[in-house]
Design a protein around this ligand. Structure first.
Ligand code: FAD
Length: 490
C-alpha cells in the first residue's frame, strides 16, 4: 500500500489540499464533521429561494481551474464562471452612487461623473497595485515564510530589492488619502481591508494589492453560485479516488515520538502517514492536539472581524440594485473603532447586499429576489445573540430605508440569520472570525501559523487561519504552498 494522508475538514483549503496530495500519489481520506463539504462556503434553500451563506465575491478563479487542469481535465466540464461587468455598486446617504465597472475607462468616467474627482488617479492606483502584486504577491502569497530556503529565491530577492514600494509603515487609509484625496474614493479603496477582516486604519498599505485582484484580474461569479466551487471540487476529488467521511469529527490527532500516527474519529483510531488540517488552528491546538501548546502569537495578534448576516427572501424586484452592493457608513472610522477597539456594533454600519438572483434567476421565485444582507461585527465577545440580532436587524432596515429609500420590512417573506456564534459552532472558526488573524499590524503576515508543524513531523496546515491568510484565493494558495513542501510519493 502507498502512502496515506488524512485531511481534517472539507473547507476550500482542505479540498484543494486533498486534490494536490492525490496528484502526488497519496491515498487521501477527508474527515469532515459536517454533513457535506464547504465549511464556510455553504448554501441554504427556503421557500423557493437559494442563498450562498458565506463568501460571495469570487476573485482569482484560475486557482480553482488549475486544480482540474492538474488532473488533465477541462475545468469547464466541471465548473463554469463568468467575469462581471461591475464588481460592486456603491451607495451613499447623500444619493451618490458609483458603479465599479471592470472596464477601466468606464470606471474612470463613472467616478468623474459621480464625484467630480479625476478618474485618472484611480487608474494610476490600479496600475500601482498591479506593480505591487508583481513585486510581492509570489513571495507573500505562494511561498511559506517559515521555510528558510524560500529566502534565497529570485522571487524573494525581487521583493527585497523593491521593499520600499510595499510602503508597509503607512496604513492603507493614509496611503489612499494621499493618492486618491476624494473621501468617497478613499472609502471605496479603504474597504479592501475588510476583504481579510481588517481595519484600513491599522492595516499596512501593502494590502492595496487586493484591489488589483478585484479590478485587474477581475471579479467573477460561478454560473451556479458560490457553493458550486466546493461542490465541483468535491465531485472532481471523488472521481479521482479521494474518500470522504462526513459527520466524522476528528477527536484527536494521534502522535508518537513527535511524529504523526493518524486520527481518532468516533473513538476509533485510523493510521495515516501524514495529517493535514483545514481546521482553525486555535481550535486545533485547544481540542485536537494534546501536549503541544498553542503558539503565543496566535492569541496575541488581533482576530479578523466576524459578521451578522440576514438571508432575506424579498417578494419584490429592485432594478436599481446589482449583484454586489455597498451602502456606506457616514463615519467609517467610527465603524472600525467599534469593530476593533470597543468591540461593539456601530450605530451606522456599512451594509453589504448580495443578490445572486440578479444573475442566477432560479435563485428566487419569479419577480422576487434573494437578499443576503451583511454587516461586519466584532469577533464573538459573548454578547447576547438575541439582542445582537434584533438590534442589528433594526439598524440594517433603517440604513436601507435611509440610503436606498426602500422600506423592506413588509417585503421580507423568508428569513434566516448567521452571527459570530453560529459561524463558530458551524465551522469551528475561533470566535466566529471570518478570516483567522487580522492584518492589523505590519507583522501580521509573519505571525500567521506556518503551513507545517515544527514540533510534529508529518503534520501540515491549510485554510484561512494559517499562512497566507483568509479568503478563497489565499486558502487555495495555502494548499499550493504545502504542495511545494510535501514530497511526491509517486
Ligand atoms: P473552513 O471553511 O473554515 O472549513 C473548515 C472545515 O473544517 C469546516 O467544514 C469544519 O466543519 C471542519 N472541521 C472543523 N473541526 C473539525 C474536526 N474536528 N473534524 C472534522 N472537521 C472539522 N472569502 C472570499 O474569498 N470572498 C468573500 O466574499 C468572502 N466572504 C465571506 C463571508 C462570510 C460570511 C464568511 C463566513 C467568510 C467569507 N470569506 C470570503 C472567507 C472564506 O469563506 C474563508 O476564508 C474560507 O472559505 C475558509 O476556508 P478554510 O479552508 O479555512 O476552511
Amino acid at each position: 500500500m502507498g502512502k496515506t494522508a488524512a485531511i481534517i475538514g472539507a473547507g476550500i483549503g482542505g479540498l484543494a489540499a486533498a486534490l494536490r496530495l492525490r496528484t502526488k500519489g497519496y491515498q487521501v481520506e477527508v474527515y469532515e464533521q459536517a454533513a457535506g463539504p464547504g465549511g464556510k462556503i455553504k448554501e441554504i434553500r427556503m421557500n423557493g429561494f437559494r442563498f450562498d451563506t458565506g463568501p460571495s465575491l469570487f476573485t482569482f478563479p484560475a486557482l480553482v481551474d488549475e486544480l482540474f487542469s492538474l488532473f488533465g481535465e477541462n475545468p469547464g466540464r466541471f465548473f463554469r464562471h463568468q467575469q462581471l461587468d461591475s464588481s460592486c455598486k456603491y451607495f451613499w446617504d447623500d444619493g451618490t452612487t458609483i458603479n465599479a465597472w471592470q472596464n477601466p475607462t468606464l470606471f474612470s468616467q463613472e467616478i468623474e461623473q459621480a464625484t467630480g474627482a479625476k478618474g485618472d488617479c484611480v487608474l494610476t492606483y490600479l496600475r500601482e497595485s498591479k506593480e505591487l502584486y508583481d513585486i510581492a504577491g509570489d513571495t507573500f502569497i505562494f511561498h511559506s515564510l517559515h521555510n528558510p530556503s524560500n529566502y534565497f529565491t529570485p522571487s524573494f530577492l525581487k521583493t527585497l530589492l523593491n521593499i520600499w514600494k510595499l510602503d508597509p509603515l503607512r496604513t492603507l487609509h493614509d496611503r489612499n488619502r494621499a493618492c486618491l484625496k476624494n473621501p468617497k474614493l478613499v472609502q471605496i479603496f479603504d474597504r479592501y481591508a475588510t476583504y481579510n477582516g481588517s481595519s484600513p486604519y491599522k492595516t499596512p498599505s501593502t494590502l492595496r494589492m487586493i484591489a488589483h485582484l478585484e479590478h485587474n484580474t477581475g471579479a467573477h461569479f460561478p454560473r451556479k453560485g458560490m457553493f458550486d466551487i466546493v461542490a465541483s471540487l468535491e465531485r472532481l476529488a471523488v472521481a479521482k479516488g479521494v474518500k470522504f467521511h462526513y459527520n466524522a469529527r476528528v477527536e484527536t490527532i494521534l502522535t508518537k515520538n513527535s511524529q504523526v500516527q493518524g486520527v481518532r474519529v468516533n473513538g476509533l483510531d485510523y493510521p495515516f502517514n501524514l495529517v493535514l488540517s483545514d481546521v482553525d488552528v486555535v481550535n486545533l491546538y485547544n481540542n485536537l492536539l494534546s501536549g503541544v501548546p498553542l503558539p503565543e502569537n496566535q492569541t496575541k495578534q488581533q482576530r479578523s472581524s466576524s459578521a451578522v448576516i440576514f438571508y432575506w427572501g424579498i417578494n419584490k424586484a429592485f432594478p436599481n440594485m446589482q449583484l454586489h452592493n455597498i451602502l456606506f457608513s457616514n463615519n467609517y472610522r467610527a465603524e472600525f473603532d467599534h469593530l476593533f477597539e470597543t468591540r461593539t456594533m456601530s450605530s451606522d454600519p456599512t451594509v453589504y447586499v448580495f443578490i445572486s438572483s440578479k444573475i442566477i434567476p432560479e435563485d428566487a421565485p419569479e419577480g422576487m429576489e434573494n437578499w443576503y444582507v451583511m454587516v461586519n461585527a466584532p469577533e464573538d465577545t459573548g454578547l447576547n445573540r438575541k439582542i445582537l440580532i434584533n438590534e442589528t436587524r433594526s439598524k440594517i432596515l433603517e440604513k436601507i430605508r435611509h440610503t436606498l429609500r426602500i422600506d423592506l420590512t413588509d417585503h421580507i417573506v423568508a428569513e434566516a440569520v448567521a452571527d459570530p456564534q453560529s459561524i463558530e459552532s458551524e465551522t469551528g472558526s475561533y470566535k466566529g472570525s471570518l478570516y483567522g488573524l487580522s492584518s492589523n499590524n505590519i507583522w501580521a503576515a509573519f505571525n500567521r501559523h506556518p503551513n507545517f508543524s515544527s514540533k510534529i513531523k508529518g503534520l501540515y496546515f491549510v485554510g484561512g487561519s494559517v499562512h497566507p491568510g483568509g479568503g478563497i484565493p489565499l486558502c487555495m494558495a495555502s494548499a499550493k504552498i504545502i504542495d511545494k513542501e510535501i514530497p511526491s510519493v509517486k
